[in-house]
Write a protein that binds this ligand. Sequence first.
Ligand SMILES: Nc1nc2c(ncn2[C@@H]2O[C@H](COP(=O)(O)OP(=O)(O)OP(=O)(O)O)[C@@H](O)[C@H]2O)c(=O)[nH]1
Ligand SMILES: [Mg+2]
Ligand SMILES: [Zn+2]
Length: 315
Amino acid sequence: MSSRSHPASQSDTFATPDSIDSQPDSGLVIVNYGKHMLVEDASGTLTRCVSRREAGNPVCGDRVRWTRTGDAEGVVESIEDRRTLLQRAVGESHYKPLAANIDQVVIEAATEPSFDSFLIDKYTVAAELAGTTPLIIINKEDLLGADTRRDIESLLQEYRDIGYHCLFTSALHNTGIDAFLAQLANKSSILVGQSGVGKSSLIKRLLPDLEIATSKLSAASGQGKHTTTATTLYHLPGGGNLIDSPGVRDFHLGKVDPAELGNGFREFHAWLGQCRFRDCLHRSEPDCAVLAAQQQGHISARRMESYRRLLELQG
Ligand SMILES: Nc1nc2c(ncn2[C@@H]2O[C@H](COP(=O)(O)OP(=O)(O)OP(=O)(O)O)[C@@H](O)[C@H]2O)c(=O)[nH]1
Ligand SMILES: [Mg+2]
Ligand SMILES: [Zn+2]
């Protein structure tokens, strides 16, 4: 804020010998390769940047202030306040930030290689705790027989009852893509899910100009062919962004304060605070409003079980 109100004094501050244009510009981090990142300016031009140590660690989706230091090079001076931050646990107590300023976490699942409803629950909890909204996509609908489809439909009804949107797609047969695009419009979304469910295949359907976008990334980064090993932001043709993240074998929520975990279950919200004990963890405590709600059919028994499993993982 203060940097914007005192532009004159600021250009003095940043007048280092290697800076050509000392006025920090605002930009969007498209991809962070580790040592350097690509920052997009308002005109859509990508500049290869490093980050000042004081700036912290910018991640994909961060809005930053940066200074040009060369023709195609710059330095990130600071990260603007993050609306949301999605993180992944690595080991016991370490977190890896995945992306910033996300509105929606698109959780993709499919029966091939395997269908895992607990994994979907873990992602919905992570999305909620990060202040974002989940969207559930069942891809490879072309592989579903009538019985399997019915089973999945009844599972999805549980999520729909919570208020989550759920869609079927087939990247192979190009079905459900328009409905999916409509859910992505004018939002910042990240696509997550088990390796092999078809994230890259769906991205190709959603982004007709994907090859053009990736060759632009390769040219700006100067490090050869762009691969999806780095979390990358793409602009959608109809407005909004979609972030592609590399596939993971499993997703760990990491340490969550047990008292906070219930907040990750949106269907608990109406009952939280109504239990007899203020520190109730909704396991088997007397006069637990959440357990009572489940017994009355307001909360699914399967989701309650996922809650218990996650609580146990907290040790
Ligand atoms: N039958 C069918 N196969 C699909 C569909 N979408 C993707 N596949 C196949 O599933 C396999 C994995 O697809 P990818 O798009 O590479 O999966 P991914 O989620 O990006 O995997 P990672 O990059 O490892 O995380 C490929 O062989 C695809 O051809 C679909 O809708 N139907
Ligand atoms: Mg992929
Ligand atoms: Zn309770």
